[in-house]
Design a protein around this ligand. Sequence first.
Ligand SMILES: [Zn+2]
Ligand SMILES: [Zn+2]
Length: 170
Amino acid sequence: MSAPLTINVLELTRRAGTLKDIAVSLPVADFAFGDDRIVATRDIDVELHIESVQGGLVVQGEVACSTNMLCRRCLREISANIEVAVDEIYQRVPDNPDAYVLEGEQLDLLPMVRETMLLGLPDAPLCKPDCPGLCPQCGADMQSDPCQCQAQRTDERWSVLDQLRGQLGD
Ligand SMILES: [Zn+2]
Ligand SMILES: [Zn+2]
């Protein structure tokens, strides 16, 4: 198969309710993501369920890739498999602002899959939800190498409060 994400629209839209499933793994290079968060040596898994409806197609499913990103807070490398839901419609005469235009006899779903995957990548990945990050003062990785800066800052805050309390108390 040279273009596994290209479907025959005429065949599918002849009758509303016609179904087609696609399940393929494709090389990352096919998508030309231009995004180094996506691991280039692992295939992109695409699972699509296509249903023809009046005036168009509904495409649902999932697309998955392997990613290598840096934690936004501590800069640790994170390797994760990211799965993104696909839920799109194609319409001959779009009346839905989110619909893709359906034209011609053949439809290449690749651009939509590409866009969905890119939009699904986290902009601010974290190595874990409560990653404490790097110390803003000394740069220590607070997850593995807790420093004393935080404790000092807390002490300073308390001493300010103590002063205030002292002033108010008089
Ligand atoms: Zn982190
Ligand atoms: Zn510190």
